[in-house]
Design a protein. Structure first.
Ligand code: ATP
Ligand code: MG
Lengths: 266, 460
């Protein structure tokens, strides 16, 4: 990279931040994958990360709930806070952190267990319920919120892997919701889905927005435009521009953002 | 012409047709003709058709003619031998075959000499006919294939078919051999059951074939006992001990290797574990007999227990160590086959490493692990050497691991080593035991394969 200190254009700060990242660098061994990124993620907003393949969107997303810890060679510098608390502080336990910052992956990955057990998994390991009926309630409300309840209520004991791709992805979203997270990270949640299933998931994101902060990585600019309030554009590990989604798509300030939006590359 | 000269000639004919086909197409192509396939394929087509049918005929002929001679030669036997049947006829055949091979002991009987001469005559005719037919067939088939060569002829597809037939033939050989083994064991078993009732064998609790000599001599009948239960009990006991050792240790090391170890550790430890599988079982056997069994006896006696100097425990423990690599290596493979995305999902929900392993990875890998364990069990059930050396040969019906016991396999060995009478119930009992053992291990393997199949369906 010719110059690793590109200044981010636009306003990276918000009035009521849920998560804040300050001067974050991420390395995979010697590879500098995220370069000095500073950004706020606001309360109850949907923020979209866009950018060409390999620019570090997934990497940055994974730093937000320390999923990078599972990769040996990955190193994170800088500070990331959730509700003002540094999540990389030595005293922080990743187990409750990941319950507060949930994650939905690119490929639907339900456990090879029943639909019920898929949703109940999180509440069980975190000991969120005292009784079976409480757990039943959590499962039902998570499936309700994910818009899946009516489709699966008669087959809760059947394997989650037997659902269609779109249903599986909503099951995974329900599974993440079941532990009552504050933030939900979604890494290209619709890239394995057909247009109708995609529309359903987007609708779901729209509804979840009132209760959760959502960070979504996407390759579809239409999707970013449809679901997000703010958009962040990454390029080769740099955060180039952040702004209101409407402004980014209609009137980008940075040349690189404009090139990407208008489809000149990426 | 001997078999090897014939074979060499066939190879030469095949190669000749290969080059002929190849060259013909090459020259035609250089004159601007367009062929469906590359020249090589036309050569292979002609060469294979010349070679393979002839070789098959050659092999079949060589097998069948000896059988024919053996039945024709019976016409020369004196009537009393034919009437006696059984081993007499086998001896007679051996005498004739010695003459054919040019070996003479003393002065053979006249009919033996006649039979020998007749055999030699048949063999000469057969060889001549065989050479003519086989060489002729090779040439004719080769020519037919060569005549087929034409711009439109799809030699490439033809060769593809030939290759698939070849592969089918190879796998058929393996299957036929297995069937042959099973059948031969089965026939002897049936003969055994004509001497000893199956119910006595299957439900009998005493095993004592040594008295058979006495029984035959007519002194005191019914002393030989052919009950298989003591051996199967021994097999089960020793296998159970082995599994109790191997499953926890093997599974734990598989989990460590697959989930916890760094790639560097994994790449050194895994081959090391697999070396365990390469140690000859006789080495395990004397380790068990000379080191483990005395240690157990010493330890047991210091606690005031009676321990046989050869014990099921010693054999089972060492056998358990022997099958650890089966369990760990196969389990490691199935654990690795669990998609990373499932682990990510579990970590993403805040699971710790051991929660992820226990609640997500192991359940997902369970069918494969069960299959690995069952394969290890069937290995343990079939194991002989360790038992012969470390568990003794006493056919006790006992489930006390400190007793000396014996297993099915080690009894088979004891029965069949040394001189035996082929007709005796004692010898035949080995085949009956083998049949039962085959049924047991086939059952286990079948069961394991069923589970593996189910597991495959889940992730494909
Ligand atoms: N586990 C890893 N080990 C080493 N390098 C990695 C690893 N994961 C990602 N990288 C590197 O880090 C950079 C950013 O990768 P990342 O997956 O974050 O990109 P991305 O923006 O999500 O791309 P895509 O849109 O294709 O998903 C890439 O150059 C990639 O090669
Ligand atoms: Mg990505």
């Amino acid at each position: 990279m010719e110059n690793s200190n590109i200044k981010t254009t636009g306003n990276v700060f918000v009035d009521n931040p849920r998560m804040t990242a300050r001067n974050v660098d991420v390395y995979y061994g010697d590879k500098h994958a995220i370069k000095d990124v500073t950004i706020d993620i606001g309360e109850q907003e949907v923020i979209a990360f866009i950018g060409p393949s390999g620019c570090g969107k997934s990497t940055f997303l994974r730093t937000l709930n320390r999923m990078n810890d599972t990769i040996d060679i990955c190193r994170v510098e800088g500070t990331i806070s959730l509700d003002g608390e540094d999540i990389y502080a030595p005293s922080v336990d990743v187990v409750p952190l990941r319950a507060r910052v949930g994650m939905v992956f690119q490929k639907p990955n339900p456990f090879p267990k029943s639909i019920y057990d898929n949703i109940a998994y999180g509440p069980r390991i975190h000991g969120l319920t005292k009784s079976k009926s409480e757990l039943d309630d959590i499962v039902e409300s998570a499936l309700e919120k994910a818009g899946l309840w009516n489709e699966v209520k008669d087959r809760l004991d059947q394997p989650g892997t037997g659902l269609s791709g779109g249903q599986q992805q909503r099951l995974c979203i329900a599974r993440a919701i079941a532990v009552s997270p504050e933030v939900i990270l979604m890494d290209e949640p619709c890239s394995a889905l057909d247009p109708i299933a995609t529309a359903k998931v987007e609708e779901l994101i729209e509804e979840l927005k009132s209760q959760y902060t959502i960070v979504i990585v996407t390759h579809s600019m239409q999707q970013a435009a449809r679901v997000s309030d703010r958009t962040a554009y990454f390029h080769l590990g740099d955060l180039i521009e952040v702004g209101n989604t409407e402004q980014i798509f209609t009137n980008p300030s940075h040349q690189l953002t404009q090139d990407y939006i208008t489809g000149r590359f990426g | 012409m001997t078999l090897s000269t014939l074979l060499i000639l066939l190879v030469a004919i095949g190669v000749a047709f290969y080059f002929a086909g190849n060259m013909t197409v090459k020259t035609a192509r250089s004159k601007g003709k367009v062929f469906h396939s590359l020249p090589n394929y036309y050569g292979l087509w002609a060469g294979s058709l010349a070679f393979f049918p002839a070789v098959v005929v050659l092999i079949l002929w060589s097998i069948i003619d000896i059988q024919l001679f053996q039945s024709w030669v019976r016409d020369f036997y004196p009537p009393e031998i034919l009437a006696a049947g059984g081993s007499q006829a086998i001896v007679a055949l051996a005498k004739v075959e010695n003459i054919v091979a040019g070996i003479r002991f003393g002065e053979p009987e006249a009919w033996v000499l006649q039979a020998g001469e007749a055999w030699i005559g048949w063999a000469a005719t057969s060889t001549m006919l065989k050479s003519a037919v086989v060489l002729g067939l090779a040439t004719v088939c080769g020519l037919i294939a060569y005549r087929q060569i034409d711009t439109d002829f799809r030699a490439r597809n033809g060769v593809e078919k030939l290759i698939s037939y070849g592969l089918i033939a190879a796998s058929t050989i393996a299957i036929l051999t297995t069937i042959g083994i099973v059948l031969s064991v089965l026939f002897e078993t049936i003969r055994f059951f004509q001497l000893v009732p199956p119910t006595d064998f299957i439900f009998g609790t005493e095993w004592n074939p040594q008295f058979e000599g006495a029984e035959r001599a007519g002194s005191g009948g019914g002393e030989a006992k052919y009950g298989m239960l003591p051996m199967f009990a021994g097999t089960l006991l020793i296998s159970a001990i082995a599994i109790i050792v191997a499953v926890p240790v093997g599974l734990a090391s598989a989990v460590y290797l697959a989930e916890y170890a760094s790639p560097k550790v994994r790449s050194t430890v895994k081959p090391l574990l697999e070396i365990l599988a390469g140690v000859p079982t006789v080495v395990y056997g004397f380790f068990a007999a000379l080191t483990v069994a005395p240690a157990i006896k010493g330890f047991g006696e210091s606690l005031g227990l009676t321990v046989a100097s050869e014990s099921a425990l010693a054999a089972g423990l060492v056998m358990g160590v022997m099958i650890i690599p089966f369990v760990s290596s196969l389990s490691d493979d199935v654990i690795n086959a669990v998609p990373q995305s499932l682990r990510d999902a579990a970590y993403g929900l805040g699971s710790t490493k051991s929660e992820t392993t226990r609640q997500v990875v192991l359940p997902a890998a369970l069918p494969g692990i069960v299959a690995a364990v069952i394969l290890a069990v069937s290995r343990a059930v079939g194991e002989t050497m360790i038992v012969v050396m470390a568990a003794g040969l006493a056919a006790n019906l006992s489930f006390n691991p400190l007793d000396a016991v014996t297993t099915v396999t080690s009894q088979i060995v004891t029965i069949l080593v040394g001189d035996q009478e082929f007709e005796s119930a004692k010898t035949l009992s080995a085949f009956a035991l083998s049949t039962m053992l085959i049924i047991l291990t086939l059952g286990l393997n079948f069961f394991a394969l069923q589970i593996v199949k189910k597991y495959r369906e889940q992730y494909d």
